[in-house]
Design a protein around this ligand. Structure first.
Ligand SMILES: Nc1ncnc2c1ncn2[C@@H]1O[C@H](COP(=O)(O)OP(=O)(O)O)[C@@H](O)[C@H]1O
Ligand SMILES: [Mg+2]
Length: 229
């Protein structure tokens, strides 16, 4: 029996707002679960419960106050909460894709280049990477006239589809999704559901936050309740 791809152990996170008199905000406490290869787990709970904080901690963005996140990938086992920055960057390039809630727009970088980048970073040739990016943007119904424009002026849903294409362009053993369908219409939501299912069938371990029940029920094997500590 293979060990889980992700193992979250007794995770806690308290934010300390140093600029605001040292106010402490307890965001996570005693979180533990694991995710196997080819499994999709949904984090579910009210707004402010700590779901995005948990996902960012899995991505190595936030250091937890306690606990660990074991990631198994490429024959290596790493506690991403204790890894040095180089290791975190390497893990992100080879193992972990993260679709944030909002696209981080980079001035003057076109939608197509934003989507192509992660695949080129992973060592794919430019032409093959570009045609894969075009394929994904077409599948997500992003009008071709927008492909060569920087997404700063795009609508929320258009930006989110660029973000999703960027997150799905290379096969990743670990996929972290923060409300990927939130600003999409029904047709595009279905495209994202299909992409998630395909990634799961290809063996990805997926942790997702889904604000709509339809998407959650369509993709999640299990739901983990997240509550304010
Ligand atoms: N960078 C941060 N600094 C301080 N507090 C934060 C930060 N990120 C999130 N929080 C707080 O942690 C709590 C959980 O937030 P979040 O993880 O975004 O919840 P959810 O995604 O479940 O809606 C909230 O009270 C939020 O204000
Ligand atoms: Mg959130």
């Amino acid at each position: 029996m293979n060990k889980p791809v992700i193992e979250v152990r007794n995770l806690s996170k308290t934010f300390v707002l140093h600029q605001q008199g040292g106010v402490r905000i307890e965001a996570l406490s005693g979180i533990g679960f694991s995710v196997d290869r080819g499994e999709c787990v949904a984090l579910h709970g009210p707004s402010g419960a700590g779901k995005s904080t948990l996902l960012r901690t899995l991505y190595g963005n936030y250091l937890p106050t306690g606990g660990s996140v074991i990631v198994r990938c490429g024959g290596e086992e790493t506690d991403i909460t204790a890894a040095d920055p180089r290791t975190v960057i390497r893990l992100r390039q080879s193992c972990i894709s993260y679709v944030s809630q909002f696209l981080r727009v980079i001035p003057r970088v076109s939608a197509l280049d934003l989507v192509t980048d992660p695949l080129i970073e992973a060592g794919e040739g430019e032409e093959a990477a570009r045609s894969r990016a075009e394929e994904l943007l077409a599948r997500l119904n992003l009008p071709e006239r927008l492909w060569h424009i920087a997404p700063a002026t795009f609508s929320g849903g258009e930006q989110q589809r660029v973000n999703i294409a960027r997150g799905f362009i290379r096969p990743s053993p670990i996929l972290l999704l923060d409300e990927p369908t939130a600003s999409l219409d029904g047709a595009n939501r279905q495209v994202v559901i299909d992409l998630i299912r395909e990634a799961r069938e290809a063996g990805a371990a997926i942790v997702g936050i889904f604000h709509d029940d339809v998407a959650r029920e369509a993709v999640a094997d299990r739901t983990i309740p997240v509550q304010r500590p």
